[in-house]
Design a protein. Sequence first.
Length: 102
Amino acid sequence: MIYQILLQAAKEKVCVSFDYGDHFRKWSPHVIGNSPRGEMVLAYQYGGTSSRGAVPQWKCFEVALITNIKIETNDEWQYAPTKGNTQHCVKTIEYRVINKEN
């Protein structure tokens, strides 16, 4: 169910918030699919907290570890230019948002 919410959010370019471990996060999902670790999503985190690195930045998440997901209808879609098109989070891509720079 969470995977489907994220897939739809990416397709509609809407933001989501959720809990991941001990951290509340707000982000825009950009790439969703699978890897050897399971269902994955690459997103641009623009709010909340993180166990690694500052926010905002690109982050990779295991869908199975996401809880308390909510659509953020009042937040504007977020992204930042990437250094090249290579991402290693999602191996088999089901959906990818095409941004201006790619």
